[in-house]
Ligand binder design. Structure first.
Ligand code: NDP
Length: 508
């Protein structure tokens, strides 16, 4: 699965990419730059076209200018003229509301023209607000777009968030799967487009060194951290109705957790990999209200300073209620009831307006027996960690004990570090390249299956329920620019453990 260990991929299949929500932020900032990078890498076929659909009135020329402007800002390189022209000439635009049947008639006419070169296969990408996902899929069904012509394919990409709780996720799956078959549906979690995330599987399953230790006999606990320094900014309306748990946990953090905890799949194929990931979520300990309350912490940031800049309290942000009890930080203690993991806590935390930006998975190994060091100057052993850094640095480090040179037996914690950029040239990519390309070649490995999504919501539902019942109680505040709320520290302290510091300079 990881591109670094794969042969150079073949060109994608000819197709038309229909982007619903073409005037939006995601399309301009991430999707179009990703298409540019794919074109630059010669991975897009000659028979490729893009049709953008949204309400904003635009001509084809205006849409191309809008995309071109985005390429200048967001590709991370100076776009090459020939590649830019190659992509722009393949763009068309259909203006219209998704509620209006006439929009789909106009789309059908443009599609038909484009399909002369793209051989009838179509990728429908819903880069739209989530409220639109189900009705739009149904519109596509009514217009006959879910049924491809003979020899062609029709696929649907669904952005995140997929539902807001278990019930809504189930309902959304039901409505989409009434129109498209599971094999046609690509539920995106863009974390899975990141090389380092995919490389978790390479690290585990291509190295006996790690995999043979990857179990409850050797591992004490796992910490998964997605820490952000950004505050809510201008996303108050969306965020205040969502909160950190819904925004990050059942998708991004659970993807990391399932890659760390899954059993080896029999083959490196979509169904095999996805089935193993889903099994992890299905085996997670089911909490009731009382245990969810004890194993979950939620916090909200107050005013503070990040990198010397003053950050106002969350409740002062635009479009956020002054008495909001929405969490901007969440920490959970989760358990997986399997032979491999029973008794090994997985501590997850994510938050906004924290001291540093850091996404990492830290695996803490059990301590070595101390008896041999009795009667020596050694007072304690440093902790053994394997740490997989995902952002901002992509690295893997191992921390262990070494002897300090000298006549006495003294130990010191030391580290070995592997940084991706030291070995592999980093491409200026945003993660969507891999995902769009995989949709075009029909590889669902990096996409969430319906069962996966529902299993994830099932795990977080008790937390949502108990916090909804008692919204203000248990909400802990933390200063912007700190490591998070004290209650999160207490969650681990109760188990005689502690979090790794978020900021690199504070880490051992
Ligand atoms: P925007 O609000 O910027 O864009 C929404 C787009 O949908 C616009 O093009 C809008 O058209 C169109 N639209 C909405 N309703 C209709 C309708 N009834 N008929 C026709 N067009 C409609 O959202 P984003 O681009 O930020 O997000 C899109 C999706 O991607 C969301 O699901 C989001 O959660 C997800 N996402 C976004 C990320 C990001 O960084 N932006 C990152 C990860 C996921 P118009 O404005 O012309 O009316």
């Amino acid at each position: 699965m990881a591109r670094t260990v794969r042969e150079r991929p073949r060109q994608a299949d000819p197709c038309t990419l229909v982007v619903f929500g073409a005037s939006g932020d995601l399309t301009q900032r991430l999707l179009m730059p990703a298409l540019y990078h794919l074109a630059a890498a010669k991975l897009l076929p000659d028979g490729f076209a893009v049709i953008g659909v949204a309400r904003s009135p635009m001509s084809d020329a205006q849409f191309r200018a809008h995309v071109s402007d985005g390429l200048n800002k967001f590709t991370g390189v100076a776009p090459a003229a020939a590649t830019r022209a190659w992509l722009l000439q393949r763009l068309s635009y259909v203006a219209g509301d998704f509620d209006d049947a006439a929009t789909f008639e106009r789309l059908a006419a443009v599609l038909q023209r484009r399909q002369r070169t793209t051989h009838g296969s179509t990728l429908f990408y819903m880069a739209t607000p989530p409220t639109v996902f189900a009705p739009l899929a149904e519109r596509l069904g009514k217009a006959g777009f879910a049924q491809p012509a003979r020899g062609a394919w029709s696929r649907l990409v669904v952005e995140k968030p997929f539902g807001t709780d278990l019930e809504s996720a189930r309902a959304l799956n039901k409505r989409i799967l009434a129109v498209f078959a599971e094999e046609q549906v690509y539920r995106i979690d863009h974390f899975l487009g990141k090389e380092t995330v995919q490389n978790i599987l390479a690290l585990r399953f291509a190295n006996n060194l790690f995999e043979s230790l990857w179990n409850r006999d050797r591992i004490d606990h796992v910490q998964i951290t997605v820490a952000e320094t950004v505050d809510v900014g201008r996303r108050g309306r969306f965020y205040d109705a969502t909160g950190a748990l819904r925004d990050m946990v059942p998708n991004h953090l659970f993807q990391l957790l399932s890659l760390i905890a899954m059993e080896p799949p029999a083959r490196f194929a979509a169904n095999a990999v996805r089935a193993e990931k889903t099994k992890v979520l299905q085996a997670m300990h089911a909490y009731n209200h009382a245990t969810a309350f004890a194993c979950g912490v939620r916090g909200q940031y107050r005013a503070g300073k990040i990198d010397g800049k003053t950050v106002a309290a969350y409740r002062r942000a635009p479009d956020v209620a002054r008495s909001s009890t929405t969490e901007t930080y969440v920490a959970l203690k989760l358990l997986i009831d399997t032979w491999r993991w029973a008794g090994v806590p997985f501590y997850l935390r994510t938050g906004k307006a924290l001291k540093a930006r850091r996404t990492e998975i830290a695996i803490k190994f059990k301590e070595a027996p101390f008896a041999i060091f009795r009667g020596t100057p050694v007072e304690r052993l440093a902790q053994n960690f394997v740490v997989i850094g995902i952002a901002p640095e992509e690295d893997i480090s191992i921390q262990f004990n070494a002897k300090v040179p000298g006549p006495q037996l003294r130990l010191h914690g030391v580290g070995m570090e592997f940084r991706y950029k030291d070995y592999f040239a980093a491409a200026p990519e945003n993660g969507y390249e891999t995902l769009i390309y995989d949709c075009m070649i029909g590889d669902q490995t990096l996409f969430q299956h319906a069962d996966d999504v529902e299993a994830a919501w099932r795990v977080v539902q008790p937390f949502l329920d108990c916090w909804r019942r008692d919204r203000a109680n248990g909400l802990d505040f933390y200063g912007a620019g700190s490591d998070g709320p004290r209650a999160a520290d207490m969650l681990l302290a109760r188990d005689h453990r502690h979090w790794r510091p978020i900021a690199a300079e504070d880490q051992p």
